[in-house]
Ligand binder design. Sequence first.
Ligand code: SAH
Length: 405
Amino acid sequence: MQDIVLKKDKEKSLLRRHPWVYDTAVAKAGQKGVKIAAGEMVRVVSHDGRELGFGGWSPASTLRVRMFTYAGEEAPQPGFLTRRIEKAVAARASLLERTNARRLVFAEADGIPGLVADMYGDWVVTQFQSAAVQANSEEIVAALMKCTGARGVFDRSDAATRKREGLEEHVGVLAGEEPPAIIEVVEDGVKYGVDVRVGHKTGFYVDQRESRLAAQNIARAFKKETGRGLRALNCFCYTGGFSLALAAGGAEEVVSVDSSAEALARAQANAELNGFAPDVCKWQQADVFDYLRRVREAGDTYDLIILDPPKFASSHYHVDRAARAYKDINLNGLRLLRAGGQLLTFSCSGAIDTDLFQKIVAGAVIDSRRQAWALSRFGAGVDHPLLMTFPEGEYLKGLHLKLCD
Ligand code: SAH
Protein backbone atom coordinates (compact mmCIF):
# COMPACT_ATOMS: atom_id res chain seq x y z
CA MET A 1 0.00 0.00 0.00
CA GLN A 2 1.24 3.46 -0.89
CA ASP A 3 1.76 6.32 1.58
CA ILE A 4 0.34 9.78 0.99
CA VAL A 5 2.44 12.30 2.87
CA LEU A 6 0.73 15.56 3.81
CA LYS A 7 2.25 19.02 3.99
CA LYS A 8 3.06 20.44 7.42
CA ASP A 9 -0.06 21.32 9.47
CA LYS A 10 -2.38 19.68 6.93
CA GLU A 11 -3.05 16.80 9.34
CA LYS A 12 -5.25 18.94 11.59
CA SER A 13 -8.59 18.21 9.93
CA LEU A 14 -7.83 14.48 9.84
CA LEU A 15 -7.07 14.52 13.56
CA ARG A 16 -10.61 15.92 13.98
CA ARG A 17 -11.84 13.00 11.84
CA HIS A 18 -12.96 15.14 8.92
CA PRO A 19 -12.91 12.79 5.89
CA TRP A 20 -11.52 14.96 3.06
CA VAL A 21 -7.89 15.45 1.97
CA TYR A 22 -7.56 18.12 -0.74
CA ASP A 23 -4.98 17.88 -3.52
CA THR A 24 -3.32 21.03 -2.15
CA ALA A 25 -2.59 19.26 1.17
CA VAL A 26 -0.57 16.46 -0.43
CA ALA A 27 3.24 16.76 -0.34
CA LYS A 28 4.11 13.35 -1.75
CA ALA A 29 1.95 10.59 -3.23
CA GLY A 30 3.50 7.13 -3.07
CA GLN A 31 6.96 5.95 -3.99
CA LYS A 32 8.68 7.49 -6.97
CA GLY A 33 7.67 5.86 -10.25
CA VAL A 34 4.70 4.02 -8.75
CA LYS A 35 1.28 4.97 -10.11
CA ILE A 36 -1.55 4.73 -7.60
CA ALA A 37 -4.72 3.45 -9.27
CA ALA A 38 -8.02 5.32 -9.02
CA GLY A 39 -9.89 4.09 -5.96
CA GLU A 40 -6.90 2.29 -4.45
CA MET A 41 -6.62 2.20 -0.66
CA VAL A 42 -3.83 4.46 0.60
CA ARG A 43 -2.25 5.18 3.99
CA VAL A 44 -2.18 8.86 4.88
CA VAL A 45 0.69 10.13 7.04
CA SER A 46 1.64 13.55 8.40
CA HIS A 47 4.75 15.42 7.21
CA ASP A 48 6.66 13.94 10.16
CA GLY A 49 5.55 10.37 9.48
CA ARG A 50 2.59 9.91 11.89
CA GLU A 51 -0.11 7.57 10.61
CA LEU A 52 -3.40 9.51 10.19
CA GLY A 53 -5.58 6.76 8.74
CA PHE A 54 -6.59 5.03 5.51
CA GLY A 55 -8.66 6.26 2.60
CA GLY A 56 -9.51 5.92 -1.08
CA TRP A 57 -7.33 7.60 -3.74
CA SER A 58 -9.09 9.91 -6.24
CA PRO A 59 -6.40 11.04 -8.71
CA ALA A 60 -8.74 13.18 -10.85
CA SER A 61 -10.52 15.01 -8.03
CA THR A 62 -9.50 17.97 -5.88
CA LEU A 63 -10.76 15.76 -3.03
CA ARG A 64 -7.70 13.59 -3.49
CA VAL A 65 -8.31 11.17 -0.62
CA ARG A 66 -11.54 10.33 1.22
CA MET A 67 -10.95 8.66 4.53
CA PHE A 68 -12.34 5.35 5.72
CA THR A 69 -10.48 5.19 9.06
CA TYR A 70 -8.50 7.54 11.28
CA ALA A 71 -5.50 7.46 13.63
CA GLY A 72 -6.02 5.01 16.49
CA GLU A 73 -8.68 3.00 14.62
CA GLU A 74 -8.24 -0.42 13.10
CA ALA A 75 -7.10 -0.24 9.46
CA PRO A 76 -9.78 -1.31 6.94
CA GLN A 77 -9.98 -5.12 6.81
CA PRO A 78 -11.42 -7.14 3.89
CA GLY A 79 -15.21 -6.93 4.03
CA PHE A 80 -15.27 -3.61 5.92
CA LEU A 81 -17.52 -2.01 3.28
CA THR A 82 -20.01 -4.86 3.63
CA ARG A 83 -20.07 -4.39 7.40
CA ARG A 84 -20.59 -0.65 7.07
CA ILE A 85 -23.46 -1.18 4.65
CA GLU A 86 -25.08 -3.69 7.00
CA LYS A 87 -24.79 -1.20 9.83
CA ALA A 88 -26.22 1.66 7.73
CA VAL A 89 -29.19 -0.41 6.58
CA ALA A 90 -29.91 -1.68 10.11
CA ALA A 91 -29.89 1.90 11.44
CA ARG A 92 -32.80 2.80 9.11
CA ALA A 93 -34.99 -0.23 9.83
CA SER A 94 -37.51 1.61 11.98
CA LEU A 95 -38.43 3.96 9.09
CA LEU A 96 -40.15 1.03 7.38
CA GLU A 97 -43.14 1.55 9.67
CA ARG A 98 -43.76 4.87 7.89
CA THR A 99 -42.43 4.38 4.41
CA ASN A 100 -40.78 2.09 1.90
CA ALA A 101 -38.89 5.03 0.33
CA ARG A 102 -35.75 5.75 2.30
CA ARG A 103 -32.04 6.37 2.14
CA LEU A 104 -29.95 3.36 3.12
CA VAL A 105 -26.45 4.79 2.80
CA PHE A 106 -25.62 8.49 3.13
CA ALA A 107 -21.99 8.62 2.02
CA GLU A 108 -19.65 10.28 4.54
CA ALA A 109 -22.26 10.05 7.32
CA ASP A 110 -22.10 6.25 7.04
CA GLY A 111 -18.33 6.06 6.71
CA ILE A 112 -18.53 5.35 2.95
CA PRO A 113 -17.62 8.65 1.25
CA GLY A 114 -19.15 8.91 -2.22
CA LEU A 115 -21.80 6.20 -1.86
CA VAL A 116 -25.49 7.00 -1.93
CA ALA A 117 -28.05 4.19 -1.87
CA ASP A 118 -31.80 4.75 -1.66
CA MET A 119 -34.47 2.08 -1.53
CA TYR A 120 -37.86 2.30 -3.23
CA GLY A 121 -40.10 -0.68 -2.57
CA ASP A 122 -38.05 -3.71 -3.58
CA TRP A 123 -35.32 -1.83 -5.48
CA VAL A 124 -32.12 -0.18 -4.38
CA VAL A 125 -30.91 2.80 -6.43
CA THR A 126 -27.23 3.71 -6.18
CA GLN A 127 -24.96 6.64 -6.94
CA PHE A 128 -21.22 5.97 -6.95
CA GLN A 129 -19.56 9.35 -6.59
CA SER A 130 -15.96 8.57 -5.71
CA ALA A 131 -13.27 6.48 -7.36
CA ALA A 132 -12.97 4.25 -4.28
CA VAL A 133 -16.63 3.23 -4.14
CA GLN A 134 -16.64 2.73 -7.91
CA ALA A 135 -13.59 0.48 -7.62
CA ASN A 136 -15.40 -1.58 -4.96
CA SER A 137 -18.82 -1.57 -6.62
CA GLU A 138 -19.06 -5.38 -6.82
CA GLU A 139 -18.72 -5.83 -3.08
CA ILE A 140 -21.06 -2.89 -2.44
CA VAL A 141 -23.80 -4.18 -4.76
CA ALA A 142 -23.58 -7.70 -3.33
CA ALA A 143 -23.83 -6.31 0.21
CA LEU A 144 -26.86 -4.17 -0.70
CA MET A 145 -28.64 -7.12 -2.30
CA LYS A 146 -27.91 -9.39 0.64
CA CYS A 147 -28.81 -7.16 3.55
CA THR A 148 -31.97 -5.67 2.00
CA GLY A 149 -33.37 -8.70 0.18
CA ALA A 150 -33.90 -6.33 -2.78
CA ARG A 151 -35.11 -7.64 -6.12
CA GLY A 152 -32.53 -5.52 -7.88
CA VAL A 153 -29.95 -2.76 -7.70
CA PHE A 154 -30.30 0.01 -10.28
CA ASP A 155 -27.47 2.51 -10.80
CA ARG A 156 -28.07 6.24 -11.30
CA SER A 157 -24.45 7.32 -11.41
CA ASP A 158 -25.17 10.33 -13.60
CA ALA A 159 -24.56 13.09 -11.05
CA ALA A 160 -22.13 15.90 -11.87
CA THR A 161 -19.77 14.71 -9.12
CA ARG A 162 -18.85 11.71 -11.33
CA LYS A 163 -17.18 13.98 -13.83
CA ARG A 164 -15.06 15.62 -11.15
CA GLU A 165 -13.87 12.13 -10.20
CA GLY A 166 -12.99 11.31 -13.80
CA LEU A 167 -15.72 8.64 -13.92
CA GLU A 168 -18.05 8.00 -16.85
CA GLU A 169 -21.82 8.26 -16.41
CA HIS A 170 -23.59 4.98 -15.80
CA VAL A 171 -27.31 4.24 -15.67
CA GLY A 172 -28.62 0.68 -15.57
CA VAL A 173 -29.16 -2.52 -13.63
CA LEU A 174 -26.20 -3.71 -11.54
CA ALA A 175 -27.83 -6.78 -10.00
CA GLY A 176 -31.12 -8.69 -10.02
CA GLU A 177 -34.17 -7.60 -12.00
CA GLU A 178 -34.95 -4.45 -14.00
CA PRO A 179 -37.17 -2.17 -11.93
CA PRO A 180 -40.63 -1.42 -13.34
CA ALA A 181 -41.14 1.89 -15.20
CA ILE A 182 -42.76 3.30 -12.07
CA ILE A 183 -42.14 1.99 -8.56
CA GLU A 184 -45.07 2.69 -6.25
CA VAL A 185 -44.07 3.71 -2.73
CA VAL A 186 -46.08 4.81 0.31
CA GLU A 187 -44.99 7.50 2.75
CA ASP A 188 -47.05 8.41 5.81
CA GLY A 189 -50.17 7.10 4.10
CA VAL A 190 -49.61 8.85 0.75
CA LYS A 191 -48.75 6.96 -2.44
CA TYR A 192 -46.11 8.18 -4.87
CA GLY A 193 -44.97 6.71 -8.18
CA VAL A 194 -41.19 6.97 -8.54
CA ASP A 195 -39.35 6.90 -11.87
CA VAL A 196 -35.86 5.76 -10.89
CA ARG A 197 -34.56 6.02 -14.47
CA VAL A 198 -35.06 9.74 -15.09
CA GLY A 199 -36.33 11.19 -11.81
CA HIS A 200 -34.26 13.77 -9.91
CA LYS A 201 -31.54 12.44 -7.63
CA THR A 202 -32.41 8.73 -7.41
CA GLY A 203 -36.05 9.43 -8.35
CA PHE A 204 -37.65 11.12 -5.35
CA TYR A 205 -36.81 13.68 -2.66
CA VAL A 206 -36.68 11.21 0.24
CA ASP A 207 -34.93 13.92 2.26
CA GLN A 208 -38.15 15.99 2.56
CA ARG A 209 -40.14 13.28 4.39
CA GLU A 210 -40.41 15.13 7.72
CA SER A 211 -41.45 18.36 6.03
CA ARG A 212 -44.09 16.57 3.94
CA LEU A 213 -45.50 15.06 7.14
CA ALA A 214 -45.46 18.52 8.74
CA ALA A 215 -47.41 19.87 5.74
CA GLN A 216 -49.96 17.08 6.10
CA ASN A 217 -50.37 17.90 9.80
CA ILE A 218 -50.65 21.65 9.15
CA ALA A 219 -53.48 21.03 6.66
CA ARG A 220 -55.23 18.78 9.18
CA ALA A 221 -54.85 21.27 12.05
CA PHE A 222 -56.13 24.10 9.83
CA LYS A 223 -59.30 22.20 9.05
CA LYS A 224 -59.88 21.40 12.69
CA GLU A 225 -59.44 25.02 13.73
CA THR A 226 -61.33 26.76 10.95
CA GLY A 227 -63.80 24.12 9.82
CA ARG A 228 -62.66 24.43 6.20
CA GLY A 229 -59.80 23.03 4.15
CA LEU A 230 -56.87 25.32 3.42
CA ARG A 231 -56.01 26.86 0.06
CA ALA A 232 -52.37 26.31 -0.74
CA LEU A 233 -49.82 27.16 -3.39
CA ASN A 234 -46.96 24.67 -3.77
CA CYS A 235 -44.08 26.15 -5.77
CA PHE A 236 -41.44 23.92 -7.41
CA CYS A 237 -43.76 20.94 -6.85
CA TYR A 238 -41.76 18.37 -8.88
CA THR A 239 -43.80 15.12 -8.71
CA GLY A 240 -46.23 16.54 -6.15
CA GLY A 241 -44.56 15.58 -2.87
CA PHE A 242 -45.97 18.43 -0.81
CA SER A 243 -49.12 18.78 -2.92
CA LEU A 244 -50.29 15.27 -2.09
CA ALA A 245 -49.30 15.58 1.56
CA LEU A 246 -51.51 18.68 1.82
CA ALA A 247 -54.40 16.98 0.02
CA ALA A 248 -54.06 13.99 2.37
CA GLY A 249 -54.34 16.41 5.28
CA GLY A 250 -57.64 17.73 3.96
CA ALA A 251 -56.63 20.82 1.96
CA GLU A 252 -59.51 22.23 -0.08
CA GLU A 253 -57.34 23.35 -2.98
CA VAL A 254 -53.64 22.96 -3.79
CA VAL A 255 -52.29 24.82 -6.79
CA SER A 256 -48.89 23.38 -7.71
CA VAL A 257 -46.37 25.02 -9.99
CA ASP A 258 -43.35 23.61 -11.78
CA SER A 259 -41.54 24.42 -15.02
CA SER A 260 -41.18 20.76 -16.01
CA ALA A 261 -43.99 19.14 -18.01
CA GLU A 262 -42.64 15.64 -17.21
CA ALA A 263 -42.60 16.34 -13.47
CA LEU A 264 -46.16 17.70 -13.65
CA ALA A 265 -47.40 14.67 -15.60
CA ARG A 266 -46.00 12.37 -12.91
CA ALA A 267 -47.45 14.63 -10.19
CA GLN A 268 -50.90 14.43 -11.78
CA ALA A 269 -50.64 10.65 -12.06
CA ASN A 270 -49.61 10.55 -8.39
CA ALA A 271 -52.72 12.54 -7.43
CA GLU A 272 -54.88 10.05 -9.35
CA LEU A 273 -53.11 7.16 -7.63
CA ASN A 274 -54.38 8.57 -4.33
CA GLY A 275 -57.84 9.39 -5.64
CA PHE A 276 -57.46 13.15 -5.12
CA ALA A 277 -59.97 15.08 -7.23
CA PRO A 278 -58.77 17.46 -9.98
CA ASP A 279 -60.57 20.38 -8.29
CA VAL A 280 -58.39 19.79 -5.20
CA CYS A 281 -55.03 19.20 -6.91
CA LYS A 282 -54.42 21.72 -9.69
CA TRP A 283 -51.26 21.84 -11.78
CA GLN A 284 -49.62 24.79 -13.49
CA GLN A 285 -46.63 24.71 -15.79
CA ALA A 286 -44.84 28.01 -15.25
CA ASP A 287 -41.71 29.73 -14.06
CA VAL A 288 -42.26 30.35 -10.34
CA PHE A 289 -40.54 33.74 -10.39
CA ASP A 290 -43.06 34.99 -12.99
CA TYR A 291 -46.00 33.07 -11.61
CA LEU A 292 -45.81 34.66 -8.14
CA ARG A 293 -45.91 38.11 -9.75
CA ARG A 294 -48.85 37.17 -11.94
CA VAL A 295 -50.83 35.82 -8.99
CA ARG A 296 -50.24 39.07 -7.15
CA GLU A 297 -51.54 41.09 -10.08
CA ALA A 298 -54.60 38.84 -10.22
CA GLY A 299 -55.16 39.49 -6.49
CA ASP A 300 -55.27 35.85 -5.38
CA THR A 301 -54.27 34.99 -1.81
CA TYR A 302 -53.45 31.75 0.00
CA ASP A 303 -53.56 30.25 3.48
CA LEU A 304 -50.31 28.40 2.92
CA ILE A 305 -47.43 28.69 0.47
CA ILE A 306 -44.61 26.20 0.03
CA LEU A 307 -41.32 27.19 -1.59
CA ASP A 308 -38.97 24.25 -2.17
CA PRO A 309 -36.77 25.36 -5.06
CA PRO A 310 -33.84 23.55 -6.65
CA LYS A 311 -30.32 24.24 -5.37
CA PHE A 312 -29.78 27.90 -6.33
CA ALA A 313 -26.16 27.94 -5.07
CA SER A 314 -24.12 25.01 -6.36
CA SER A 315 -21.00 26.40 -4.68
CA HIS A 316 -19.71 29.31 -2.60
CA TYR A 317 -19.16 31.31 -5.78
CA HIS A 318 -22.90 31.51 -6.37
CA VAL A 319 -24.05 32.52 -2.89
CA ASP A 320 -24.83 36.18 -3.68
CA ARG A 321 -26.88 35.44 -6.76
CA ALA A 322 -28.66 32.59 -4.98
CA ALA A 323 -29.43 34.80 -1.97
CA ARG A 324 -31.16 37.28 -4.28
CA ALA A 325 -33.23 34.48 -5.83
CA TYR A 326 -34.28 33.11 -2.42
CA LYS A 327 -35.15 36.62 -1.29
CA ASP A 328 -37.24 37.22 -4.42
CA ILE A 329 -39.44 34.14 -4.10
CA ASN A 330 -39.83 34.51 -0.34
CA LEU A 331 -40.82 38.17 -0.63
CA ASN A 332 -43.30 37.48 -3.42
CA GLY A 333 -44.62 34.43 -1.58
CA LEU A 334 -45.19 36.39 1.64
CA ARG A 335 -47.11 39.03 -0.32
CA LEU A 336 -49.66 36.41 -1.37
CA LEU A 337 -50.50 35.22 2.14
CA ARG A 338 -53.75 36.01 3.86
CA ALA A 339 -53.71 37.32 7.44
CA GLY A 340 -52.44 34.47 9.63
CA GLY A 341 -51.12 32.69 6.55
CA GLN A 342 -48.26 30.23 6.68
CA LEU A 343 -45.10 29.79 4.65
CA LEU A 344 -42.97 26.65 4.45
CA THR A 345 -39.72 27.74 2.87
CA PHE A 346 -36.65 25.66 2.08
CA SER A 347 -33.12 25.77 0.74
CA CYS A 348 -31.10 22.70 -0.24
CA SER A 349 -27.98 24.75 -1.07
CA GLY A 350 -25.14 23.54 1.13
CA ALA A 351 -23.32 26.81 0.47
CA ILE A 352 -26.14 28.73 2.18
CA ASP A 353 -26.10 27.79 5.85
CA THR A 354 -28.98 27.87 8.30
CA ASP A 355 -28.07 31.31 9.64
CA LEU A 356 -27.76 32.90 6.22
CA PHE A 357 -31.03 31.34 5.06
CA GLN A 358 -32.81 32.70 8.12
CA LYS A 359 -31.36 36.16 7.43
CA ILE A 360 -32.52 36.05 3.81
CA VAL A 361 -36.06 35.06 4.83
CA ALA A 362 -36.05 37.72 7.57
CA GLY A 363 -35.09 40.27 4.90
CA ALA A 364 -38.06 39.15 2.83
CA VAL A 365 -40.35 39.53 5.87
CA ILE A 366 -39.07 43.08 6.46
CA ASP A 367 -39.52 44.09 2.81
CA SER A 368 -43.01 42.59 2.72
CA ARG A 369 -43.94 44.91 5.62
CA ARG A 370 -45.57 42.01 7.42
CA GLN A 371 -44.62 40.37 10.68
CA ALA A 372 -44.06 36.67 11.12
CA TRP A 373 -43.18 34.02 13.66
CA ALA A 374 -40.94 31.08 12.87
CA LEU A 375 -42.87 28.22 14.44
CA SER A 376 -40.37 25.50 13.61
CA ARG A 377 -37.33 24.55 11.55
CA PHE A 378 -36.98 21.71 9.11
CA GLY A 379 -34.15 19.51 7.92
CA ALA A 380 -33.50 16.18 6.26
CA GLY A 381 -34.88 13.06 7.96
CA VAL A 382 -33.13 10.54 10.19
CA ASP A 383 -31.91 8.56 7.19
CA HIS A 384 -29.70 11.58 6.31
CA PRO A 385 -28.01 12.02 9.69
CA LEU A 386 -25.49 14.79 10.23
CA LEU A 387 -22.13 13.32 11.18
CA MET A 388 -20.81 15.74 13.80
CA THR A 389 -17.29 15.75 12.36
CA PHE A 390 -18.60 16.49 8.84
CA PRO A 391 -20.66 19.70 8.83
CA GLU A 392 -20.75 19.69 5.00
CA GLY A 393 -23.34 16.92 5.29
CA GLU A 394 -25.95 19.48 6.32
CA TYR A 395 -27.53 20.99 3.22
CA LEU A 396 -31.32 21.00 3.61
CA LYS A 397 -32.91 23.59 5.84
CA GLY A 398 -36.38 25.04 6.12
CA LEU A 399 -38.57 27.36 8.14
CA HIS A 400 -42.24 27.28 9.04
CA LEU A 401 -43.44 30.89 9.25
CA LYS A 402 -46.83 32.19 10.31
CA LEU A 403 -47.90 35.75 9.82
CA CYS A 404 -48.65 37.31 13.21
CA ASP A 405 -49.82 40.83 12.39
N1 SAH B 1 -40.58 20.11 -3.73
C1 SAH B 1 -40.20 18.95 -4.48
C2 SAH B 1 -38.77 19.01 -4.95
C3 SAH B 1 -38.42 20.23 -5.76
S1 SAH B 1 -37.17 19.97 -6.91
C4 SAH B 1 -40.49 17.69 -3.68
O1 SAH B 1 -40.69 17.78 -2.47
O2 SAH B 1 -40.52 16.61 -4.27
C5 SAH B 1 -37.16 21.44 -7.80
C6 SAH B 1 -38.20 21.54 -8.87
O3 SAH B 1 -38.19 22.87 -9.33
C7 SAH B 1 -37.99 20.68 -10.12
O4 SAH B 1 -39.14 19.90 -10.33
C8 SAH B 1 -37.80 21.67 -11.27
O5 SAH B 1 -38.44 21.26 -12.47
C9 SAH B 1 -38.44 22.90 -10.73
N2 SAH B 1 -37.95 24.21 -11.18
C10 SAH B 1 -36.68 24.63 -11.30
N3 SAH B 1 -36.63 25.92 -11.63
C11 SAH B 1 -37.93 26.35 -11.73
C12 SAH B 1 -38.55 27.60 -12.02
N4 SAH B 1 -37.81 28.70 -12.25
N5 SAH B 1 -39.88 27.66 -12.03
C13 SAH B 1 -40.63 26.56 -11.78
N6 SAH B 1 -40.10 25.36 -11.49
C14 SAH B 1 -38.77 25.25 -11.45
